[in-house]
Ligand binder design. Structure first.
Ligand SMILES: *Cc1c(COP(=O)(O)O)cnc(C)c1O
Length: 436
C-alpha cells in the first residue's frame, strides 16, 4: 500500500492538487460527448483520479485515522482497488459487499462488515470468510447479533455499534445516528460489551454513524456533539472491559450538490473530531462513502422527447429513477448540464427533465433553468458517483446502465449495460401450467 503522505502537495481545501470540489461545469464536455458516442447512454462515468484526490484530501485532514471507504456508495471493484492502494480499508454493509471486496482481492484485515439486522445467510457467509481469513472485523448493532455470531462459532474481531441518540444529515431519512434501528441503545452497551467478551469474541472497538450529508455549520455542530457522546461511551466500555483499538465515528461527510452550497469545512470538522476524542486512547476510524466518490461520477443521458407545456418545457431522457433514484427518494438536487457544443450560447429557460418510467416521481430535475435542450442531445447529471449505480433497479423492465471508468487519459468499460435478455435471465421456467 502506498504511503498516504507520499504526495506532499495539496492538502485539505488548499485548491492545490486536491481541489475541494469538482462541479459539473469542470468536466470536459467534448470528452463526455465522445464517451457517450462510444458507450451509448444512459452511462455512468467514474473518474478514478478524482476519487484518489478526494481520498488524499481526507487522509491529509485525518492523518492518523483509519479511513474505511463505505462501499455501499459505489462498490465498483476498480474503485475499491484504487482506494485500497492508497491506504483505505473497506466498510461493507452486507455479505454481498464483503463478497465483492474479496472478489476484488482485498485481504481480510482491510475488510469491515457492519451488520444491520443481518439475515442469517449474511452472518454465515461472513463467518465462513473469517474462518478463511481471521483478520476481518465484524460490527454488531444488536445484542442478539452478538449472540448469533457466538453461536456460529465466531471468535474474531468485534466492534459494537451504538446509537448515540444524536443524528445529523441532509434528509430525515439519513440521520441514522438518532435512529434506534442501527445500533445498540446506549444503556445496553456496557452489558453487551461484557457479554461479548464472556462469549469469547475479541472486542476491539466501538462504532457509531451520525447520518449522511453533514455539510453546513449547524450539521457540523451536531456532528461534534455526536463525537463527544461517542467519546463518553468509549470511556464507559473501556472502564468495563479494558482498552479498545478502534473508535469509529462513521461517515456522513457531505458534498455540495447545489451550486449555492459550499464545500465541507473539512479541517474544522477534523479538528473538532480530534478535540472531542482527545481523552480517548484508541485509533480513530472514519467511514466516508459519498465524500470520496460523489463528484468523481457523472451520469450521461440523451434527450429523446421534448414537449412544451403551459408551465415548463419537459425534456424526456433515457435515464430516470431506475438509473438515479436520489431525486425521487430524497428530493435530491443534482446539477444538470446540456453537452451540446453551443449550449453555453443558448437561451436559458425553465425545463423539467424526466425519465422513461411510468411514475410521476421519475424526475432528474423539475422546473430548472438551464440552456435549452433539443431532442437527440446529451445531458450530464453531476455528483452521480455516490449512491447512483448502487440504487439502480430494473423497475419497468429497464436494463441497468453501463459504467465507464476514466483513469487519466484512458477510458474503459468497467461494467457492461444490461441487455433485455439479462432481464429474464433469473426467471425460472414453469412450463406454463395453469393452476386450477
Ligand atoms: C452509509 C454508511 C456510511 C457512509 O455514509 P456516507 O454518508 O456516504 O459517508 C458509513 N458507515 C456506515 C455504517 C454506513 O451505513
Amino acid at each position: 500500500m502506498s504511503d498516504r503522505s507520499a504526495d506532499g502537495a495539496g492538502g485539505a481545501g488548499d485548491g492545490g492538487s486536491w481541489p475541494p470540489v469538482r462541479r459539473l461545469a469542470d468536466w470536459d464536455a467534448s470528452r463526455l460527448r465522445s464517451l457517450a458516442d462510444a458507450f451509448e447512454t444512459p452511462l455512468y462515468v467514474l473518474d478514478l483520479d478524482r476519487a484518489r484526490a478526494n481520498y488524499r484530501r481526507l487522509a491529509a485532514a485525518f492523518p492518523d485515522a483509519e479511513i474505511a471507504y463505505a462501499a455501499k456508495a459505489n462498490g465498483l471493484v476498480d474503485l475499491l482497488r484504487v482506494l485500497c492502494a492508497d491506504g483505505a480499508t473497506i466498510e461493507c454493509a452486507s455479505a454481498g459487499e464483503v463478497y465483492r471486496a474479496r472478489e476484488a482481492g482485498i485481504p481480510g484485515d482491510l475488510i469491515r462488515y457492519t451488520a444491520v439486522n443481518p439475515p442469517e445467510r449474511d452472518l454465515e457467509y461472513v463467518v465462513d470468510a473469517w474462518r478463511e481469513d481471521p483478520t476481518l472485523t465484524i460490527t454488531a448493532g444488536a445484542w442478539d447479533t452478538v449472540r448469533r455470531l457466538a453461536e456460529l462459532g465466531y471468535g474474531g474481531r468485534l466492534c459494537l455499534r451504538v446509537t448515540p441518540g444524536v443524528g445529523a444529515g441532509h434528509h430525515a431519512a439519513v440521520r441514522t445516528g438518532g435512529d434506534a434501528t442501527f445500533g445498540l441503545p446506549a444503556d445496553r452497551l456496557v452489558e453487551t460489551a461484557r457479554d461479548a467478551v464472556d462469549r469469547g469474541l475479541d472486542l476491539v472497538g466501538l462504532h457509531a454513524h451520525v447520518g449522511s450529508g453533514v455539510l453546513d455549520a449547524d450539521q457540523r455542530a451536531a456532528h461534534r456533539r455526536f463525537v463527544a457522546r461517542v467519546a463518553d461511551l468509549v470511556t464507559e466500555v473501556c472502564d468495563a472491559t479494558g482498552s479498545l483499538d478502534l473508535v469509529s465515528v462513521g461517515g456522513g461527510f457531505g458534498v455540495p450538490y447545489r451550486s449555492d452550497e459550499t464545500p465541507l469545512a473539512l479541517d474544522a470538522l477534523a479538528n473538532a473530531t480530534r478535540a472531542a476524542l482527545a481523552d480517548v486512547d484508541a485509533r480513530l476510524s472514519i467511514e466516508p462513502g459519498r465524500y470520496l466518490v460523489a463528484d468523481a461520477g457523472v451520469l450521461l443521458t440523451e434527450a429523446n422527447t421534448v414537449k412544451e407545456t403551459p408551465t415548463t418545457r419537459v425534456v424526456g431522457v433515457d435515464a430516470g429513477m431506475t438509473t438515479l433514484l436520489r431525486p425521487a427518494l430524497y428530493d435530491a438536487s443534482h446539477a444538470v448540464r446540456p453537452l451540446a457544443p453551443d449550449a453555453p450560447d443558448r437561451e436559458t429557460i425553465s425545463q423539467t427533465v424526466s425519465g422513461p418510467v411510468c411514475e410521476s416521481a421519475d424526475l432528474i430535475c423539475a422546473d430548472r433553468s438551464f440552456p435549452r435542450v433539443e431532442r437527440g442531445e446529451l445531458l450530464a447529471v453531476g455528483n452521480a458517483g455516490a449512491y447512483g449505480y448502487e440504487m439502480t433497479s430494473t423497475y419497468n423492465a429497464r436494463p441497468r446502465p453501463a459504467t465507464v471508468v476514466v483513469d487519466g487519459s484512458d477510458a474503459r468499460l468497467a461494467r457492461r449495460r444490461e441487455s433485455l435478455s439479462d432481464l429474464a435471465r433469473l426467471e425460472v421456467a414453469t412450463g406454463r401450467e395453469v393452476v386450477e
